[in-house]
Ligand binder design. Structure first.
Ligand code: NCD
Length: 322
């Protein structure tokens, strides 16, 4: 709740991006409109725009990442920023430096925007509270709490396929909901945009007990898939489970895996999403992941323009779409 407040400055402008909880829908659509404009501007031959020229973006990743880190790096460099990839394994963090001292040190080198991933919930929020004037923090995933740019790229992808009116849509999120910051942020974004119906599904032990009352939760996958427009599959986040909690993968696939038969229960034009990394044959069958209804690689492409839009909004020359 606090993160939802401190990401805005005194005049109500977005200063950091920490969470999509209680984000005004107009603001979400504005960011997505900017992403559309950037996609149009960068889709042809012009790959670079000068919106972040003279700015420095630091990727501060204290947890492993393939697509999110690369996506932020490319997004920043396509906006002409300088990018520093802070290598935690080689850094003074291993000598006991606190994350706040790391921020202060990099701020002293005149860095403007920090993209932060950390296993502890609330680390980006903590850094935002202590960031110097004009310095922006973007949460790239904290613990099981939030992953706002992933949710923005997810709703951008849905909007491109299903249009602007979310009230007509039925969306299912399936898998390890309890440990998923992707699910938490997607739920916030979809509720903010007025989604018609939101269903989550997974083993009882992997369903959180603090879900918004408007979200229907069940362990019956066939029932959940019935008539949905969007299916979002999630990985089992074993690194956040105790060993005894980790389900058997074959059993899990039999009960909660999305295969071709199950996908026929959704609407024929339903799209299949996954934030990655995928575990093929566990939460999703390969032929579904690579099938005609999958938009999984499109999500990756969309992540680039959505992150460009977020960075342009926070420290760049403003909203291209307005
Ligand atoms: C996710 C994450 O790190 O939260 N991946 C991502 O950012 N695309 C999901 C996951 O790790 O399963």
């Amino acid at each position: 709740m606090r993160a939802a407040k401190i990401q805005f400055d005194g005049s109500g402008s977005l200063r950091h991006l920490l969470t999509l909880e209680r984000m005004p829908p107009g603001l979400i659509h504005e960011i997505l409109d900017t992403a559309e404009a950037l996609a149009a501007a960068t889709g042809g031959k012009v790959k670079k725009l000068p919106l972040l020229r003279g700015r420095t973006v630091v990727n501060l990743f204290f947890e492993p990442s393939t697509r999110t880190r690369t996506s932020f790096e490319l997004a920043a460099s396509r906006l002409s920023a300088e990018v520093v990839n802070f290598d935690v394994a080689q850094s003074s963090t291993t000598k006991g430096e606190t994350v706040l001292d790391t921020l202060r040190t990099l701020e002293a080198m005149h860095c403007d925007l920090f993209v932060v991933r950390h296993r502890e919930n609330g680390t980006p929020e903590y850094l935002a509270q202590h960031a110097g004037p004009g310095v922006a923090i973007v949460n790239a995933g904290d613990g099981n709490h939030a992953h706002p740019t992933q949710a923005l790229l997810d709703v951008y992808t849905i909007r491109r396929h299903k249009g602007f009116d979310f009230s007509q849509l039925k969306v299912a999120i399936v898998g390890d909901i309890a440990h998923s910051r992707v699910a938490r942020s997607a739920i916030h974004a979809l509720i903010a945009l007025g989604v018609g119906e939101l269903r989550v599904c997974g083993p009882a032990a992997l369903l959180p007990d603090d879900l918004d009352p408007s979200v229907a939760a069940t362990s019956d996958l066939d029932a959940v898939l019935d008539g949905v427009d969007v299916v979002m599959m999630l990985r089992l986040q074993k690194e956040r489970m105790r060993e005894t909690e980790v389900p058997d993968e074959a059993d899990y696939h039999a009960r909660y895996g999305l295969d071709r038969r199950r996908l026929t229960l959704a609407r024929p034009d339903a799209i299949v999403m996954h934030p990655g990394p995928m575990n093929r044959g566990v939460e999703i069958a390969s032929d579904v992941a690579d099938g005609p209804q999958s938009v999984i690689l499109e999500q990756v492409s969309n992540g680039l323009v959505v992150r460009m839009a977020v960075m342009a909004r926070l420290v760049g020359a403003g909203n291209l779409a307005s």
